[in-house]
Design a protein around this ligand. Structure first.
Ligand SMILES: [Zn+2]
Length: 63
């Protein structure tokens, strides 16, 4: 019985790890839609320095 519980915990952990990795990859590769902190326009941002196409301000997106 204890083995079964362990397996379930590991499975959940792996699933969380995988979900986080996908989110991270998405952020790095294709960007995410976020609200610009300056003009509140929804723009696609990638990890790192972004320039808002609406207000032209710089947004530093950190992981
Ligand atoms: Zn903006």
């Amino acid at each position: 019985m204890s083995i079964k519980i362990k397996m379930n915990n590991n499975f959940e952990k792996e699933l969380k790890k995988k979900a986080m990795k996908i989110a991270e990859d998405k952020l790095r590769n294709s960007g995410v839609n976020l609200e610009c902190p300056h003009c509140k326009e929804t723009i696609t941002m990638k990890l790192g320095i972004n320039n808002c196409p609406n207000c032209k301000k710089t947004i530093d997106l950190k992981n």
